[in-house]
Design a protein around this ligand. Structure first.
Ligand SMILES: NC(=O)c1ccc[n+]([C@@H]2O[C@H](COP(=O)([O-])OP(=O)(O)OC[C@H]3O[C@@H](n4cnc5c(N)ncnc54)[C@H](OP(=O)(O)O)[C@@H]3O)[C@@H](O)[C@H]2O)c1
Length: 265
């Protein structure tokens, strides 16, 4: 029997492409908030319910996964893309974002790793964002959530390595998934930040639309899980091959200015 892989947020974009790619070598469990209404299901993928905003759903999802077997691969991909001026982000929106992008995935992972450790082999991939490494104005909550999940993964990596379970982070740049249509936005239309925020968002959405395909990220993720000893951090899209080496030699403010300019700020 093929080993088991779990991909959260498997109904669109990167998660869907990853579920499809992994289904060649794995029995794939893909998660969605609405398993009854998956519009274009992938052959060989079993869809299970997961709402990362709901602790009960996370608990039930983990139990359901373990009923299928011990996962060898866990791709924590599902996420919300939130934008807004720092001052205008509602507290409940920030809390929801951290529950979905950070705490939910930590919770799900904690429920699956004991079995993965006991099996002596595993791959856990957190899908972050290059914005987690290169912060952008008017994305502060999202940037912080992606930096947080990266922190969890890179610190936990050493804890799990002796058990043959490798934690890695994949940071996509701009990926053409249609995510722009699903972003949550919080801005006071009559506030001081509206013009700049709108300029940034228009460029952000244009970058997303002209980004690389979700399939290329899925290929990257497939290479990570196939590696004998996956590296801590991978990135793809948005000239990642240049951005990371440059960031190691120029002052941080130069990088921040560069990221702002790339978004018309
Ligand atoms: N696209 C980009 O440019 C880009 C760049 C950097 C990083 N990323 C990151 O890559 C990941 C995937 O992005 P994408 O562009 O592929 O997004 P997407 O197409 O919008 O897909 C998001 C997935 O997450 C699931 N999801 C949303 N809210 C959820 C919740 N509360 N609980 C459980 N599942 C939830 C959705 O499933 P259901 O609606 O079926 O529940 C969907 O399958 C995200 O973490 C995103 O932050 C994307």
């Amino acid at each position: 029997m093929k080993p088991l892989a779990v991909v959260t947020g498997a109904t669109s974009g990167i998660g869907r492409a990853t579920a499809q790619r992994l289904s060649a070598d794995y029995r794939v469990i893909g998660t969605t908030r609405n398993p009854g209404t998956v519009s274009d299901p992938i052959d060989g993928v079993t869809y299970v319910a997961l709402d990362l905003h709901d602790p009960t759903s996370i608990e039930e999802c983990a139990t359901g996964i373990l009923a299928h077997g011990i996962p060898e691969v866990l791709i924590n991909n599902a996420g919300e893309s939130q934008s807004g001026p720092f001052e205008e982000l509602p507290r409940d929106a920030v809390e929801r974002l951290f529950q979905v992008n950070v705490i939910g995935h930590v919770d799900l992972t904690q429920r699956l790793t004991p079995a993965m450790r006991a099996a002596g082999r595993g791959r856990v991939v957190m899908v972050g964002s290059m914005l987690g490494s290169f912060p952008l104005a008017y994305r502060s909550s999202y940037v912080a959530s992606k930096a947080a999940i990266k922190g969890f993964a890179l610190a936990a990596r050493r804890e799990f390595a002796p058990f043959g379970v490798w934690f890695s982070v994949v940071e996509p740049g701009s990926i053409a998934t249609g995510l722009s249509d699903r972003r949550t936005k919080y801005v006071d239309e009559t506030g001081d930040f509206t013009d700049e925020f709108t300029r940034m968002l228009n460029k952000l959405d244009a970058n997303e639309r002209s980004g690389i395909s979700a399939e290329r990220v899925a290929e990257q993720i497939a290479r990570v899980v196939a590696a004998e000893k996956p590296k801590p951090l991978y990135a793809c899209g948005s000239a990642a091959w240049l951005a990371f080496p440059v960031s190691r030699v120029v002052p941080l403010q130069w990088m921040l200015t560069l990221i702002s300019r790339r978004h018309n700020l």
